[in-house]
Ligand binder design. Sequence first.
Ligand code: DSN
Length: 440
Amino acid sequence: MISAATFGEPVGPRDARAALHEVSADPLVRTDPEVERLLIAEEERQRDGLELIPSENYASPAVRAALSSVLTNKYSEGYSGQRYYGGQEVIDAVEDLACARALRLFLRGKECLEWDANVQPYSGTSANIAVLLGLAPLGSRLLGLQLTHGGHLSHGHRVAFSGIAYEAHQYALDPTTEHLDFDAIRALARRVRPAILFSGASAYPRAIDFRALQSIADEVGALHVADIAHVAGLIVGGAHPSPFPFTPVVTFTTHKTLRGPRGGVIVSRREHSAAIARAVFPGIQGGPHDHVTAAKAVCFQEALQPEFSVYARQVVANARSLAERLAEHGFRLVTGGTDTHLLLLDLRPHGLTGTEAEAALDLVGITANKNTIPDDPRPPKDPSGLRLGTPPLTTRGMREDAMRRIADWIAETLLHRSDTDRLTRLREEVRAFARAFPPP
Ligand code: DSN
């Protein structure tokens, strides 16, 4: 409704009519055209380019509707039925629904009764910090995959909370195969005797055998925490082995292969739930982002549909096609290929750095990210690798033939990165192609 308050000063009937014409359907246009212009620019970038960052995706309009809902107005510290503010009847119902659906993603029927979900973590890193704070005394020992071998900062890197507040030890990939080496991890775990053993990765292209990690944790008396942030959607869709129900604590994010809002979730066996809940709030967070909780619930509902497993399998099939075609172009793939949604190129044989490759691809509208490779001789800010992934483009309906074409464009761009005319032509080809597959 148009009111005087809408325009900041009193207006008469004629002025109000004139103003009515100026008011766009989108309130942001009226209130802040500067931000509106930036949002349109980003919308165009996402539509006209090819997004190949494996940790990104396109959330559905339903997820985005929940994100921009009135739930952003509410404060609700605490948990369902035990909040520090009034007016929680809707918020409790939303959070209960999100938790129940989170369990149903991975567990069947009565199994859910032995587990709890905490949907309040703001991110995957917050989820991992809460697990550590709740379940491992400060200063105790952790064991996780080294960052430069595809692990994650929150699994014990020295510059992160996990490496600052805990005695972190790191396992590495096998130097020859570049795969996880369970014998070496077992030997290290026997020496270190960690309180927490992390599995999971952010730049490892192969399927992770969570059962093997669980058996190592059992042998050395560690608590196994599987961080499935990258592969959660693949697991739900049956395209990657699951850590359930034998792993006691599992963390994940909702915005990568799960295609939901940005955020984290912790699913744990009931005996760990109370300590984790206290660590999330009041331990490290304030009020939950209730609009995000609603969007998580929507994303879980979408992922529970049969078509989601078609999506997850296509993500992997696309990654394989992309990898195979890039290998045909002479690129070296770390581990030799992929079983998942992502692949990692070692650019050293082409005399290129990850930064140079990322910048060249940006010029033609292909978005990827530089990444370290195992035992990278270069620093993380300017590493030797490039990480590519297929979740966003699969959401846009692209299949294997599209991946082969994109691999051809990537190869042409990287091999002729100083040829400005060629890059200009490639930019137009990429734009026309991308527009044929609009994002949701
Ligand atoms: N930033 C995420 C990724 O890109 O893999 C991990 O936190």
